[in-house]
Design a binder for this molecule. Sequence first.
Ligand SMILES: [Zn+2]
Length: 539
Amino acid sequence: MKSLAIVYFNFFVFGHVHGQKFTSLDSLRGAYHPNRSSYDLLHYHLKIKVEPATRYISGSNKLTCKGLSESRMLQIDLAETFDIDVIKSSKGDSRWKRYGNSVVVTLPGSFKSEEIFWIQVFYKGHPHVAANAPWEGGFVWEKDKDGIPWIGVACEGDGASLWFPSKDHPLDEPDSVFLQYEIPRNLIAVGNGQFVKKESVTDSTNLYSFKVSYPINHYNITFNAGSFQTWTDTMQLPESRKVLKMSFFALAEDLAKAKAQWLQSKMVIRTLSQLFGDYPFIKDGYKLVQTPYRGMEHQSCIAYGDNFKNNAFGFDFILMHETGHEWWGNRTSANDHAELWIHESFCTYSEALFLERTQNMEQAIKYLLSQKKKIKNKSIIEGERDVYFNDWLDSDKYYKGSWMLHGLRQVVDNDEFWFSWLKSFGAKFGLKPISTQDIIEYASSYFKKNLAPFFKQYLFRTEIPLLVVKLKKEGEKTLLQYKWDCKEVDFEYPAEILINNKRTKIYPGAEWTNLEIQDSKVLINQFEEGLLYDLKVLK
Ligand SMILES: [Zn+2]
């Protein structure tokens, strides 16, 4: 604890490779230090009252935890905008100190390793209003056409502590959650997981309860309220043949459009289940909720705020992308905020695979080429671990990440093997958050190939691999010489090039390799549909 006390009061700024400068408060918020690693989060019971008229929330979150080492102190997080009234615990009322958005709690007695204990934080205040949800998060207080409140919250990046007291670090997810929302009677509340009950609290409010039966990312826990029209459906999952319960919540003014457009959810879930294994949260069901912001992957409770229209490729982008996160982001989650590419790259790539399965390869390639135009190569994909990293301005975690995976498929060069790897993540990692390193090691062992230089080149460097070629005339023949020019010197992976417009696979390394071509006139071009690289033809 001594060392932490020093950190708290030295508000220095330290080195960085991205644009973001970090303070010790960012370390406190972003690192998994002893006040977090001393306990394992088991369960949240979040119970709040939401008052739309005054844009005010109040209530408590009870965190049930298991001690991992003996301690009296633990850190939780809560936005500074809220007042904390009291922190109760199984050891008695506790003291606390606030450092920015972090709260260090001192219990009246120590918890021991393996001991189950709880703390309950009572809080109240006006939650941060989102400036531009979901990118800049917070509460969104909208009204429908009849002037009835329509409310949502999005907090990816900012973190769940933006609206409730939580252990706001991706490494430790609660294994289950119980959500209770008290709201005015003219509204319906929607949270993640199974709907448990609705009960009357006062003449003017009802309390809605929901139960989440799986580990869940903190930022995925959500609250929605509105005068929703609702309907239900079911579908059979392709692998287990189990029946998935589905429920839908749309505003009356958009009911017809939502009913038609959201039929797609079945095809999306079926296709993604075939690709990556069955929908991962069957006990919790699948909800689609109309939100006053564009969308978010809230686990088992997808936020949809788009225009009920298909994109140029004939599918609903938000419905598909956010549902894709049920596998990539919600089931397979990053254990540090810096590694959000694990959520976005796989999910963005899954859009192309969805097209490949539901339409054809040609459409999938066309789609990938449309993603390729959006790659910036300005900032590295991997963020900085152990700090509150939120500098995603020039991030390539979507499109370049998708192209990295598309490229890896070329390197693997065996579709059966490739798809079995993608499908194996659920069995390999379960619902446990993982790191970039875990994925590199898993890919290398699965494909029996050292893929560290491959991942490092795309995730940790801004520049993409450069393929350098030289042409040398030798009578009626031409000698083609080629090599990779990469900072990752062990980047030794095959690539395709176009030789006189014919696709040719070559195996460049760090040194020059020769290829004899039986032609005196040779034109070399990049193969745009394959591995992501730049081509330089030396004169
Ligand atoms: Zn996404």
